[in-house]
Design a protein around this ligand. Structure first.
Ligand code: THU
Length: 134
């Protein structure tokens, strides 16, 4: 199994940049592309609350803008909570780029590694539009 501790620290570093004046809930994420490049993101809130973006979506969008179409892992750090899992919308964003592994903090100083299908079982993805199971 991979050691995600360095990537987790990068996600924590990203979380320190979070713009979260409304929730005070700082999140960072690092995605690892299939070519090994990594991209970080933090949550960015907005006075129009629904316009805010999550850390995972920010990192995934940054990777996509760099040409990435396949993501191996997403590593998530929350500075203001213990155990911390991605929201449903971010799980769906991950699905689009065929994420294999999601790494989260467990609230007691350790990391938990999940296969993506555990995080979003029976998912709807690109293949679903062609009538195939993802
Ligand atoms: N947030 C994330 O960045 N990622 C998640 O998966 C869950 C929630 C952010 C959104 C918002 O800025 C704050 O955390 C509180 O919901």
């Amino acid at each position: 199994m991979s050691d995600y501790s360095d990537l987790y620290q990068q996600a924590r570093d990203a979380a320190t940049k979070a713009y979260a004046p409304y929730s005070g809930f700082r999140v960072g994420a690092v995605v690892v592309a299939d070519d090994g490049r990594t991209f970080a993101g933090c949550n960015v809130e907005n006075a129009a609350y629904g316009s805010g973006i999550c850390a995972e979506g920010n990192a995934i969008s940054t990777a996509a803008a760099a040409g990435v179409r396949k993501i191996g892992a997403v590593v998530i750090a929350c500075l203001d909570a213990g155990e911390c899992y991605p929201c449903g919308n971010c799980r769906q964003l991950m699905r689009e780029f065929s994420v294999d592994t999601v790494v989260v903090q467990d609230g007691s100083g350790s990391l938990r590694t999940h296969e993506f299908a555990e995080i979003l079982p029976h998912s709807f993805g690109p293949d679903s539009l062609e009538g195939k199971n993802g």
